[in-house]
Design a protein around this ligand. Structure first.
Ligand SMILES: [Zn+2]
Length: 176
């Protein structure tokens, strides 16, 4: 289990973070989500990663496993939610935050709301399917639970890994 510790080694990304007011802790957790995305990439899955945090500790990690599990719902967030619920032995993830490399889709936003996630941080936008302001804007809907959403955390790193993944696929002549 990773615990965030206050470290003095300033990360190189700090310059683009200051304007968004993200903390070093936020940056650390998004780096962990990026590591999950790299795991997905190794398995030729779309490189999206997510971590769920409670009391400054990562309680669950996930990355896309659609192909591996032959499951169209096995997005990084869903994988992480299932693990976190098991870990907390509760279907509600009260006072938990989630860090996701890419803007969540409508299915994942629905699941995060059902799980009562408190805060959501994502890196890059997903113009075609993102449900936090891109394709649709679920946080703006009048629902029974509101998640505070913060975007643009390590945006360039999060966008880069996915762009390169699809570029490579196209290069290999694989339809995406
Ligand atoms: Zn999703």
């Amino acid at each position: 289990m990773e615990v965030w510790k206050d470290r003095n080694d300033k990360k190189k990304d700090n310059k683009n973070i200051a304007m968004h007011n993200f903390t070093e802790q936020d940056i650390y957790f998004m780096h962990q989500a990026l590591k999950c995305a790299q795991e997905a990439q190794k398995k030729d899955e779309v490189p999206i990663g997510a971590v769920i945090v409670k009391d400054n500790k990562i309680i669950a990690k996930g990355y896309n496993k659609n192909i591996t599990l032959k499951d169209s719902t096995a997005h990084a967030e869903i994988v992480a939610i299932r693990k976190a619920c098991k870990k907390l032995n509760n279907y509600r993830l009260t006072d938990c935050s989630v860090y996701i490399t890419i803007e969540p889709c409508s299915m994942c936003m629905g699941a995060l709301i059902l799980a009562r996630i408190k805060k959501l941080y994502f890196g890059a936008k997903d113009i075609k399917a993102g449900a936090c302001g891109s394709a649709l804007d679920i946080p703006k809907l009048k629902l029974n639970h509101k998640i505070n959403v913060y975007s643009g955390l390590l945006e360039q790193d999060c966008a880069k890994i996915i762009k390169e993944f699809f570029k490579n696929k196209r290069k290999r002549g694989i339809e995406v």
